[in-house]
Design a protein around this ligand. Structure first.
Ligand code: GLC
Length: 439
């Protein structure tokens, strides 16, 4: 994938990783940090990208664009596509939905495959917040700076920052994300991660995303950042993963499986399997993203599911990881104006309200969080807004996927008992350093 890198791209990487130090490494207790993307490659530069004028969305050529996204387990993607078609179909504008797998890593692989083939088969892609640096550096995305700067004031700062890289905007925020601890009516609301694990043991267990993929990096970093750990050194040049703070976080997770606070099967769970396990009613607690409130609050758990902000790591701090997705437009799209019209529609107040109301997906515009209908349907909406605002970004780097892979592979090895926590962090450390040294 990184064959044939041009000088400009190499330069972008070097600068980006230098810049990424402040996110992956902002110190200690984390909870009050508003680093939800503070280091958006501010000193990196991506030059020569095609720029889409903001006016492109007015009267674009009639036709059908394809919207590619991860598996639509909740129906949220079908909903926005059908709403777009209902609003604009009579004018000759249509959107088509293509679903990729549920795994974030596989969604990325599918998009990369298409972009490497210079295929316009995804006009709009639902791009995870962590991919902006990589995709824009590869020149796979339209530069949407004119549209985004004209609309910047309507967005919440943290999701807006995730489309910013190298001084430009590469996407339109779609939905933001943060994780919560879900629990059934009657369970206590734990105030520390340690208490979560102790209480979980008495109530069937905690389920989370422990499979080797991006989700596990998030699950681990929430504890690690709360414990005061970091991914990279302050200058972004070296790994800082092998630290006592990260070890304390990993040991809590590993011991949780050993002593029965979490089932061994979490080592194979991504989001859908976590939902299924929790919906069975067998487990007291679940760590999952905000969508799970609507998705799991049906069936036997209807009216019985509650969401609590992520707790403190005893003796240290609190941290949330900023998640979410952005509408990015492929440079190979044949109708980028219509693609922008779709991205703009997704970010409209009516669609943003519908996404949180029906699917408990975090809106990217602030007004929605005060809407009485929203507060009724998603009672933790104010805490959700607070979590997004205070969440920490994952390192911003074109080689972030390799950094993350080093984390999730080794953390998964430790959870599955194949490696000690110490050995896992040591291995992750050397793999992160070699990812950083590839340029
Ligand atoms: C959620 C988040 C995303 C994260 C992914 C990991 O979709 O929104 O940012 O990378 O989960 O599985």
């Amino acid at each position: 994938m990184r064959r044939g890198l041009g000088v400009a791209f190499l330069c972008a990487i070097v600068l980006a990783v230098t810049a990424c130090g402040s996110s992956g490494s902002s110190s200690s207790s984390g909870g009050s940090s508003s680093s939800g993307g503070s280091s958006s490659g501010s000193s990196a530069s991506v030059s020569g990208a095609k720029v889409l004028p903001a006016s492109a969305l007015n009267n674009p050529p009639k036709g059908t664009i394809t919207y590619c996204t991860g598996k639509d387990t909740t129906g949220a993607a079908h909903y926005v596509v059908s709403q777009f078609n209902a609003a604009y179909g009579s004018q000759g504008y249509h959107a088509n939905l293509v679903e990729f797998p549920a795994s974030a890593d596989q969604q990325r692989a599918q998009f990369i495959q298409r972009q490497q083939a210079k295929s316009g088969s995804c006009d709009v892609f639902s791009s995870d917040v962590i991919w902006t640096a990589e995709f824009s550096s590869q020149k796979w995305l339209y530069d949407l700076t004119p549209y985004v700067t004209a609309n910047a004031s309507k967005f919440i700062a943290a999701p807006l920052q995730t489309v910013h890289y190298g001084g430009k905007y590469w996407g339109v925020p779609q939905t933001s994300d943060a994780a919560f601890i879900y629990y059934k009516t009657g369970e206590a609301v734990p105030s520390t991660w340690q208490q979560v694990y102790t209480d979980a043991k008495k109530t069937g267990g905690i389920v989370y995303q422990g499979a080797p993929y991006e989700g596990l990096t998030c699950d681990f970093l929430e504890l690690a950042f709360a414990a005061g750990g970091q991914v990279l050194s302050a200058d972004g040049k070296k790994s800082a993963i092998n630290s006592p703070q990260n070890l304390a976080a990993l040991e809590l997770m590993v011991n949780g499986i050993k002593n029965g606070s979490a089932p061994q099967s979490v080592t194979t769970y991504m989001e859908p399997e976590t939902d299924q396990a929790f919906s069975s009613g067998k487990y007291g607690y679940m760590r999952n993203w905000t969508y799970a409130y609507a998705a799991d609050g049906t069936g036997s758990l209807k009216g019985k599911i509650h969401a609590a902000p992520l707790p403190t790591f005893a003796g240290a701090g609190k941290a949330s990881i900023l998640g979410g997705h952005n509408s990015v437009i492929s440079v190979y799209s044949k109708d980028p104006g219509l693609a922008l019209k779709f991205a703009d529609f997704f970010a409209s107040p009516a669609q943003q309200k519908a996404q949180i109301l029906k699917f408990s997906l975090a809106a990217v515009i602030p007004s929605v969080y005060k809407d009485p209908d929203v507060l009724k349907a998603v009672p933790y909406a104010p805490q959700l807004l607070q979590a997004l605002t205070q969440a920490k970004a994952r390192p911003v780097s074109p080689v972030y996927p390799q950094i993350s892979q080093a984390i999730y592979t080794n953390v998964n090895n430790a959870l599955a008992g194949r490696e000690s926590p110490q050995a896992a962090l040591k291995a992750a450390d050397s793999q992160i350093n070699s990812a950083l040294s590839t340029f």
